[in-house]
Write a protein that binds this ligand. Structure first.
Ligand SMILES: Cc1cc2nc3c(=O)[nH]c(=O)nc-3n(C[C@H](O)[C@H](O)[C@H](O)COP(=O)(O)OP(=O)(O)OC[C@H]3O[C@@H](n4cnc5c(N)ncnc54)[C@H](O)[C@@H]3O)c2cc1C
Length: 368
């Protein structure tokens, strides 16, 4: 009987380990962190309500705020997408990690924290009797140890938390698109409460700038100053997000999931919903491999069949936005608003799945 080793106890590694125990398999997870929440404040936790419900992970104890919509700012144009119902949650990522760690341990997963593995240690698992899962994030050691192709596009990020911020409406997140400070991505203000906000920025790694410089420029803009002008900065941290998938995510007895595979939305950098969905596909591929001797490498085709189109659409939208000029984008948003884009996206929009949005629209047209 083969054993399964997962490198990385991030949210995707934990979700996958729990899924594998559901198939009756023994799993050991290794992570370099001493505590599971370590480093979690580097990332944000804005996730769609629908995506979270489908993911099956435990998250309710980690909710800090509810969101009804977003305001997307393009120069002088603002596109407001909102509904009366809660669309998304702001989660405390540290708590989310702790809840899912507890839940995996209760399910019988053996998690070895404080175990950062070298490339040699990872290669040593490859004894013909072990399935190795790289759930070890954007700079995956498993991918390097087994010479997987590189991820081509990254976004460099910086985010900070502010106390005593002036938040007008805590049910809305603000996204600021400008090539002056957020080349190839955007800046954001996400409310945690009536007075605590997260300010963040992403820039494409292709501009060869530091995200802290971009963050400082963003913090000086009028819209942002009105929110954090007199607020107290709690902490700031830099990180990276992969925004394209690896050309190959399975080879022999090794597979990659989550950020290690680049299973993120290129438009927003959100990686949890698709990462978990792909981890479920990966767990099933492992189960079928062990039970029916189905080739494990088919996992690559399996997840792309289910989620590849959505991720490609996110990549295309991201590519389009990155290439066009700011003036063009402002004009485009002006026209889109005049054509009813705000009510269209408020009714049919989906944070995660562009294909679902198109399906809903198509069905509406059919029944009209
Ligand atoms: C600024 C920012 C904002 C974000 N906002 C959102 C958001 O709002 N919504 C959303 O869905 N996603 C968001 N994301 C993306 C999201 O955080 C990631 O997609 C998600 O955390 C990926 O999880 P993972 O488990 O694949 O990888 P990670 O969370 O990176 O976990 C990998 C784990 O592997 C461990 N590891 C690495 N190498 C080794 C090794 N050699 N040996 C042992 N352990 C190792 C690490 O310690 C780590 O715990 C954001 C990211 C950033 C940076």
């Amino acid at each position: 009987m083969k054993r399964v080793v997962i490198v990385g106890a991030g949210i995707i590694g934990l979700a996958m380990a729990k899924e594998l125990t559901g198939y009756g398999l023994d799993v050991t997870v290794y992570d370099g962190k001493k505590s599971v929440a370590e480093g979690s404040e580097k990332a944000s936790g804005i996730l769609s309500k629908r995506g979270l419900e489908l993911s099956g992970i435990e998250y309710k104890e980690s909710i800090v705020n509810t969101l009804n919509g977003a305001r997307l700012h393009f120069g002088r144009q603002t596109l407001k997408v909102s509904t009366e119902k809660v669309q998304a949650y702001v989660l405390d990522r540290g708590k989310l990690a702790e809840i899912n760690y507890r839940s995996a341990v209760e399910a019988g997963v053996d998690i070895k924290l404080g175990s950062r593995l070298s490339l040699e240690q990872i290669r040593d698992f490859d004894d013909g009797n072990t399935i190795i899962v790289g759930a070890d994030g954007a700079v995956s050691s498993v991918a390097r140890a087994f010479s997987f192709p590189q991820i081509e596009n990254f976004v460099l990020t910086y985010k900070a938390e502010y106390k005593n911020a002036k938040i007008g409406d805590r049910s809305m997140v603000d996204l600021y698109f400008s090539k002056k400070y957020a080349q190839g991505f955007f800046g954001w203000i996400a409310p945690y409460s009536d007075s605590v906000a997260e300010l963040g920025i992403g820039i494409t790694d292709r501009v060869k700038k530091h995200s802290v410089m971009a963050f400082d420029l963003f913090a000086e803009t009028e819209g942002v100053k009105s929110v954090i002008g007199n607020a107290e900065l709690v902490k700031g941290l830099a990180s990276i997000i992969p925004v394209s998938s690896r050309a190959k995510t399975a080879e022999g007895n090794v597979i990659l999931v989550g950020d290690a595979a680049g299973q993120t939305k290129a438009t927003t950098g959100g990686g949890i919903i698709f990462g978990i969905a792909c981890a479920k596909v990966a767990a099933r591929s492992i189960y079928l491999h062990l039970k029916e001797d189905r080739k494990l490498s088919l996992y690559d085709k399996d997840w792309r069949r289910s989620y590849g189109t959505d991720l490609k659409m996110h990549a295309m939208l991201h590519d389009y936005y990155s290439k066009v000029s700011e003036a063009h984008m402002e004009r485009f948003i002006g026209i889109a608003k005049a054509l009813g884009a705000e009510s269209f996206f408020s009714k049919h929009g989906d944070m995660d799945s562009p294909t679902l949005m198109l399906k809903r629209l198509f069905l509406r047209r059919l029944v009209k």
